[in-house]
Design a protein around this ligand. Structure first.
Ligand code: AMP
Length: 284
């Protein structure tokens, strides 16, 4: 496994691999790796000959009052976890991706301003910009993303389509803790009490799945039910609950086709997101 810090060296190394006809899989991350990230890396390892993982806490996707400075970082631990399943770990310094005169941004209009984009203005432009730069630098055959960040995956799919970037996008299922909490580097912010209460997101998703399974399909009613459910958890404050078409991400009024239930909930000061697919017409 090689640690690379510049785009020039990365291109050189991967150019050699490509010449030998090797397939390249790429997993972009912000580090502080957990099983969720590693599931993507393992899939990339299965599907490809060469696996590249990037670790970069992307400053431009954080708002001025967000957690860029305190975001957990542990490169030594991360590289230890990647040994054996990644071939290249790309760890660029911020200057490598954003020199002083950097002034080009990728904006996926519409979707970027909705849901998480309302609470985090500019976030998805930061994400799309860095992912475009990374895809340009790595030029992988396939890039891997997690369903946990469903809107992010949708923004990236749209960007890749609109900009004709020649890459397959593969979205992998959410990996969860034994109690159902979606794994996230941000879970480390939770106090022991908050950690226990954070399971409310998963439980809310499950209760919605159950309600839809028993015939409830009015999304306003589902939202009301979830608001009541989450209100019982003292540390929880809802940011948004949205039910959207799984492909277009447009809001839906009834579950007459498969829909995504998107949740963003503050547990104390930590904002957590999760989602599940609600299947239409499947009575339990
Ligand atoms: P991050 O380091 O948070 O930017 O995440 C890097 C990639 O890992 C993104 O594609 C995430 O969607 C994915 N990811 C994060 N958490 C999970 C999880 N619990 N299960 C599956 N994928 C995840």
């Amino acid at each position: 496994m090689k640690l690379v810090t510049t785009i020039a060296v990365l291109r050189q190394e991967l150019g050699r691999c490509r010449k030998k006809g090797r397939r390249i899989g790429f997993v972009p991350t912000m580090g502080f790796l957990h099983e969720g990230h590693l599931s993507l890396v393992r899939q990339a390892h299965k599907d490809n000959d060469v696996v590249v993982v990037s670790i970069f806490v992307n400053p431009i996707q954080f708002g001025p009052k967000e957690d860029f400075k305190m975001y957990p970082r542990d490169l030594k631990r991360d590289t230890g976890l990647l040994r054996g399943c990644a071939d290249f770990v790309f760890v660029p310094p911020a200057r490598e991706l954003y020199p002083d005169d950097f002034c080009t941004f990728v904006e996926v209009r519409g979707l970027s301003g909705e849901y998480c984009g309302r609470t985090r203005p500019g976030h998805f432009t930061g994400v799309a910009t860095v992912v475009a730069k990374l895809l340009n630098s790595v030029a992988p055959d396939t890039a891997y993303f997690g369903q946990k960040d469903a809107q992010q995956a949708a923004v990236i799919r749209k960007m890749v389509g609109d900009l004709n970037i020649p890459v397959n996008i593969k979205v992998m299922p959410t990996v969860r803790e034994p109690d159902g909490l979606a794994m996230s580097s941000r879970n480390t912010y939770l106090s022991p009490k908050e950690r226990q209460e954070a399971v409310v997101l998963f439980q809310a998703l499950k209760s919605a799945e159950h309600a839809v399974g028993t015939g409830l399909c009015d999304t306003q009613k589902i939202r009301g039910m979830l608001e009541d459910f989450i209100a019982h958890t003292p540390s929880a404050r809802i940011d948004y609950i949205e039910l959207v078409d799984r492909k277009t991400f447009e809001r839906v009024k009834t579950i007459d086709r498969d829909a995504l239930l998107l949740l963003a909930v503050y547990i104390g000061k930590t904002r957590l997101i999760d989602n599940t697919l609600l299947r239409a017409g499947r009575r339990q």
